[in-house]
Structure formats: C-alpha cells, structure tokens
Design a protein around this ligand. Structure first.
Ligand code: PLP
Length: 404
C-alpha cells in the first residue's frame, strides 16, 4: 500500500496564510495589518542601527569562529539577559537563584519551559491556564509537551478591556499549585494589560493558592519604550516571591526575528535548586537542539554588555515604540475627531504594544479584507506596526465605512 495515506492535510497557519494573500494582491493601496513584526514609516522591515553597529564589530573580530556554543548557550548572553529582565540589582541574581538557558527565541523558551514543567513540576492538576484569547501558538506548544491547556477569562468584548473579575475567580478556583501563563507586557493579541494594582491582586491570589507564574515576555521595551517599565510585573512578582519562570525573546525589541535569540529563566528558592534545574534543562536542550545558534546571541550580548551600545539600543527601542504610540494617537484622532466614527475608540490609545483589538466583528474584518484590501485576522486584531503616515487615513476611512 502507498505510504503516508493516513496523514491528514493540516490547515495552513492563519497569519502566514493572510500574508500570502496580501502578497498576491495587486491593489496598490493594500495594507497588511496581520503580521506581528515592526515596520518603519515606509512599511519596510527596520534593521536597528545598533544591530548594524554590533554586526560590524562582530564581523571584524579576528577571533570569531564557528565552534559550538555550550549547551545552555553563550554565558555572557544569558547572564546579561537575566539582568535585563530581573534588573541588574536583583537579589535573585546576586543569590544565584536564577537558571538561564539560551533558547530558540521566545517560542523555544515556551517550549523548553513547558517540557521542563511537564517532567518536573509537582502537579496537582496537570494543565496550564492561558488567557482567552492568547498567542495561538500556546495552544500547540503545551499539548506537544504533554500539558493540556485550559483558559482563563481575560478579554471582555463589552468593554474591549480586561475581564478582571472573572480572571481572578478562575485564579481562586483553580486547584492549588496550578500553572498560569501570563503575558509580562503588551498582551498578544489584545493589547490589554492589567494595571499595576491589578497585577498586585493577581500576585496575592497566586501566593495564596501556591500557583506558579509562567511569564511569557516577548515585548520588553517594545510596549512602552522603556525596558524597566515593561519588566515591572515580572520584577514585582519576583520581589514578592511568587514562584515563576520567564520566557524571553529578542525578536521584537532587537528586530532579530530570524536570528531566533531568546532565553528561559527559572527562579528557584535556592542556589542549590538552581544548579539541579540547570542540569535538567541541559539534558532537555541537548536532546532537542544540542547547542543554540551563535550569531544572534553574540549580537545581543555585545549590545547588552557595552554601555554605549546599550544606550543606543534604548534609543532604537524608543523609536519603534514611539512610532507605534503615535499611530495609536493618530488613528484615535481620525476616528473620533475627524470622521466621527460611531462607537467608543478609547481602547485604541489605552491598549499597548504591537497589537490592538479593534472590537470589530468577524464580518466587518472580512469586509475590510475583501472591499478595502486591508488584511487583518478575523478576530479584529490589527498590528499597529502596519500603519504609517501614508496609509493611516485610508485605514481609518475604511474602518469608518465598515462599522457604519
Ligand atoms: N510569545 C508571544 C506572546 C508572542 O507574541 C510571540 C511572537 O509573536 C512569541 C512568544 C515568540 O516569538 P519568537 O519565537 O519569534 O520570539
């Protein structure tokens, strides 16, 4: 018999399918608001000037070779990455209670974190709670590692904001020692983050119930333009001794999407536990990737460990975050002041990060794709990075038409 007849055809990835449709469209004013990658004001990918500088330094280094990195990654990268997320004066770093392992960007950190918990977490109820909605890949990564996924209420379509009450209820009602995945900042896909006060209440319940926080941090600095500000929730949880790990990505904040540079950081109660955890993460990493890729980690390491480059990186981050915040303000102004579009659009400026949940229906989203050649996902999520001074008026007018 023929082989592989039993392999069913999988559906294409929704975002990548949208990008393919956008590319095939010949309409001159087409707009792509699907993709989660930064674009400059001319809709072009942006190589950060600091990354260009670091690349120049790297290629001129006569000692550069292509040997394997250690299994757990480039040590000067992982240690600097830990200082970036936890703060350079963090006691958990001074006490050597953080285990940091280089990963295949944020996706690989999620995967390695899931695999580690699947094997070694003291489960009462083996499942991970993720926000409804969340980054779609969470729904695939955890089951693949043997952890079923449940959801907690997060987004309230009525207010286009946080469903805070129901979220807290789920935290309270979950079995003790449950695992909750939290977006550290700039929630994907909603752009809705808890306030600091709400984070405090979330931490209270996590501590009360002995839950574990699985932080996914894909947008540090990219959200507000300030690296420390965007790390606030993680640092507050560490300060309050909430048991946690952090998945860290440099795809967005360093514009290194294709280099796959990230890290997994597990915080332990003791230095001795951190050593044991590292030994097991090494075993898992060895079987999956043997050694992580070197180039991106070298670039980020240069940027993080050189004060001049680090300052320049912060400026580049402010450029990206600033442009996105400007687009939010301009879209809000066009809708509310110029076009007098029906409805409340304050969420456009209240939401944070790359994405905005517009609150429009699947039918209205589809109308935008079909009638206006504006590509967005059916849930009404738009990537603010796809908007620029040339297309924002066209988008606002098309959105106005779609909701009238
Ligand atoms: N987690 C979230 C919430 C994301 O939005 C993304 C990227 O879109 C990632 C993780 C991982 O991205 P990468 O693997 O490119 O770092």
């Amino acid at each position: 018999a023929e082989r592989w007849t039993e392999v069913p055809l999988a559906p294409p990835d929704a975002i990548f399918k949208l990008t393919a449709a956008f590319k095939a469209d010949t309409y001159p004013n087409k707009v792509n608001l699907g993709v989660g990658a930064y674009r400059d004001d001319n809709d072009k990918p942006w190589v950060l000037p600091v990354v260009k500088k670091a690349t120049d330094i790297l290629v001129k280094d006569p000692a550069l070779d292509h040997e394997y990195l250690p299994i757990t990654g480039l040590p000067e990268f992982t240690s600097a990455a830990a200082r970036l997320i936890f703060g350079s004066d963090s006691p958990v770093i001074a006490e050597e209670r953080v285990t940091s392992v280089q990963t295949i960007s944020g996706t690989g950190a999620n995967h390695l974190g899931a695999l580690f918990l699947s094997r070694f977490y003291g489960w009462n109820d083996k499942r991970v709670y993720v926000s409804d909605p969340t980054w779609v890949n969470h729904h695939q990564i955890f089951p693949l590692a043997g952890i079923p996924v449940s959801t907690y209420p997060y987004y309230d379509p009525q207010t286009i904001g946080l469903a805070f009450g129901p979220f807290l209820e789920t935290l309270k009602n979950a079995a003790p020692r449950s695992v909750f995945l939290l977006h550290a900042c700039a929630h994907n896909p909603t752009g809705v983050d808890p306030t600091r006060e709400q984070w405090g209440q979330i931490a209270d319940v996590l501590l009360e119930k002995g839950h574990f926080a699985f932080f996914d941090c894909a947008y540090q600095g990219f959200a507000s333009g300030d690296l420390d500000n965007d790390a606030w929730a993680v640092r507050e949880f560490v300060r309050r001794n909430v048991p946690l790990l952090v998945c860290q990505s440099f795809a967005k904040n360093a514009g290194l999407y294709g280099e796959r540079v990230g890290a997994l950081h597990v915080v332990s109660p003791s230095k001795e536990a951190a050593v044991r955890i590292k030994s097991q993460l090494s075993v898992l990493a060895r079987s999956e990737i043997s050694n992580p890729p070197a180039h991106g980690a070298r670039l980020v390491s240069l940027i993080l460990n050189n004060s001049e480059l680090f300052e320049e990186w912060k400026r580049d981050i402010r450029t990206m975050a600033g442009r996105i915040i400007d687009m939010r303000k301009e879209l809000h102004r066009l809708l509310t002041e110029e076009l007098k579009t029906p409805g409340n659009w304050d969420h456009i400026v209240n939401q944070i990060g790359m994405f905005s949940f517009t609150g429009i229906s699947p039918a209205q989203s589809q109308a935008l794709v079909e009638k206006a050649h504006i590509y967005l996902t059916a849930n009404g999520r738009i990537s603010m990075a796809g908007l620029n001074s040339h297309n924002i008026r066209y988008f606002a007018e098309s959105l106005d038409k779609a909701v009238r």
